[in-house]
Design a binder for this molecule. Structure first.
Ligand code: FAD
Length: 258
């Protein structure tokens, strides 16, 4: 059995994003494993430990992603990483990225591939379903428990009203991780040291049987619009009666919420 996990490296959720040209200003950004992908990594490692299987991660990202992968993906237990860094792969849409990931996964003959339910930066929730379609595999989204036996999987998903849905099917398959699936582990110091020697393969698009034309975006991001700055708060002065009267007047006449 071989297990795959797709890992997107994103800005930390605390980061204040500044738009620069047609992208973001990378200065001062702390890069992390997208939080739902951290759940996917943990599930891949746990499943690998249970079945004595190798775990391989797949990332589309520039060279700087390698340091994050070593500390947060290879150190906790993934055996090796595949990173595609060619410019055309970095600047394409969800389908282009899915084509790259599907080609990389296809070379590895994985039995199951875990992904996050959504990348927390672009928030598309599209890539895993597209990868599944390209590979012809079932896709189970927002998985909260997972097990595999005898070439089949069993997973649960939370649906409306607290109802838990149980799904079963054949492997290979794609699972997308939902909150509650597990608690990601932290790597220990010896694992962090050992991760420095773990292999990171960096195939070109040609190595994957692709080209810039094949993965060219159909959808183009044309602009980024940031929210308008919040107006300054106002501090009301005076005794309690005056302040309350003024507050009620402002809520009624200016904010129009009363
Ligand atoms: C410079 C730049 C240019 C871009 N140009 C375009 C454009 O022209 N048109 C357009 O539509 N979009 C563009 N994008 C957005 C980009 O295509 C999105 O990142 C992509 O569509 C995936 O969407 P998402 O990140 O919301 O992933 P989702 O679909 O939400 O991701 C779900 C899961 O899929 C997996 N996954 C997703 N991305 C990766 C990855 N890179 N590596 C490994 N696993 C991954 C992860 O497991 C993730 O949790 C651009 C982005 C950048 C940085």
């Amino acid at each position: 059995m071989k297990i795959g996990v797709c890992v997107k490296i994103t800005p930390d959720t605390d980061t204040r994003i500044k738009i620069q040209g047609d992208g973001i200003d990378a200065n001062g950004i702390k890069w992390v494993v997208s939080p739902y992908d951290a759940l996917a990594v943990e599930e891949a490692i746990v499943t690998g430990e249970k079945h004595g299987a190798e775990v391989v991660s797949f990332t589309i990202g520039d060279e700087s992603t390698q340091a994050v992968l070593r500390g947060n993906v290879l150190a906790p237990g993934v055996a090796r990483s595949v990173v595609v860094s060619e410019a055309a792969a970095l600047k394409t849409d969800s389908l282009g990225r899915a084509r790259v990931l599907a080609a990389a996964i296809g070379r590895e003959a994985c039995d199951v591939v875990f992904c996050g339910k959504v990348g927390i930066d672009h928030d598309n929730a599209q890539v895993p379903a597209m990868v599944g379609e390209l590979l012809g595999w079932p896709v189970i989204s927002r998985v909260t428990t997972f097990s595999a036996e005898g070439g089949r999987f069993r997973a649960t998903r939370n649906v409306d009203g607290g109802v838990v849905e149980v799904v079963e099917g054949p492997l290979p398959a794609i699972m997308t991780a939902e909150r509650g699936l597990n608690t990601p582990r932290y790597a220990k110091l010896p694992q962090l040291t050992a991760a420095k020697k773990k292999p990171i393969d960096t195939p070109s698009l040609a190595d994957l049987g692709l080209s810039a034309d094949v993965i060219a975006p159909a959808v183009t991001m044309t602009a980024w619009d940031t929210p308008p700055p919040r107006p300054k708060g106002r501090i009301l002065q005076g005794d309690v009666d005056t302040v309350v009267d003024e507050l009620v007047r402002l809520l009624r006449e200016e904010a129009k919420v009363l």
